[in-house]
Design a protein around this ligand. Sequence first.
Ligand code: FMN
Length: 288
Amino acid sequence: MKWKTKFTEITGCEFPIIQGAFATFGTHKIAAPVSEAGGMGVITAIAFRSPDKLREDIQKCKKLTNKPFGVNFSILRERGFGENFFDEMVDIIIEEDIRTVFTSAYKAMKIGQKVKSHGINWFHKVATMKHALAAERQGADGVTIVGLEGTGYKNPVQNTTLINMTNAVRQLKIPVIAAGGIGDARGFLSALTMGAQAVCMGTAFMACKECPIPDKFKQHKLVEQDAFDEDLHKKVFHLQLRDSAVPSMAVGVIDQILTVKEFINNIINEAELILQKMGFKGDSINFI
Ligand SMILES: Cc1cc2nc3c(=O)[nH]c(=O)nc-3n(C[C@H](O)[C@H](O)[C@H](O)COP(=O)(O)O)c2cc1C
């Protein structure tokens, strides 16, 4: 089935599924297989401490896939990576003809507006509606809103993914991407039905075979993790996860380690099955 959303139209990827950025291990090793499987793979610039290393990784990714992939720039003010830290890296992605850039956190406008002036798509990630509206005013092509049940990105006044989507599609004109706690076909389809034009998953992709983190972590902290454990709940819902690789509530739907291709295919096949059960008979679906 053809999956048509504003995100697939803008970026040219087959499915409205984005792999989340990962500050320390978001390399081509996870981005290339995601793009190759029809999703949007994302290389995370902050994973590289030099512009040359980022270029090298982009070139490795290009050798593994001809399909579109993006680059994320996360400005982490508290760790001393100011707006200017990425200047040379931004020039590199322009030279390397990357077509989609994701930004997140502090003051991404400079990067966003520069890449836009080169015809590159700019999607910004936020944790609150206030910041989503600001990103729209600043010219972002779309905004990812991370819900409270998600990870990697927290704010004291964060809302759940359900509340975010309900409000965002009413208040924003630009495409909205849902993130936070999504890891299976039902979550994927629900987000699109609520008006999201794509989903972004971090925790769920961490459990994939290709993700360059230790297998032990995948097995113990993702597959075997009890989603209703009190400690996990405190970390995720009470913001006790700063600066650590804490998985999100998406662990509740992670029950095995799959290849990226198996994982994406499962989501798409199961979502199509749900739609068929509901009486949908078409061979393409349009969420625009
Ligand atoms: C270990 C880890 C590192 C992350 N690093 C970043 C980052 O550098 N930049 C960013 O924008 N998001 C980062 N994230 C957030 C993810 O990209 C994604 O938005 C989030 O995981 C979505 O929630 P989910 O895990 O419930 O799917 C990180 C998430 C994890 C788990």
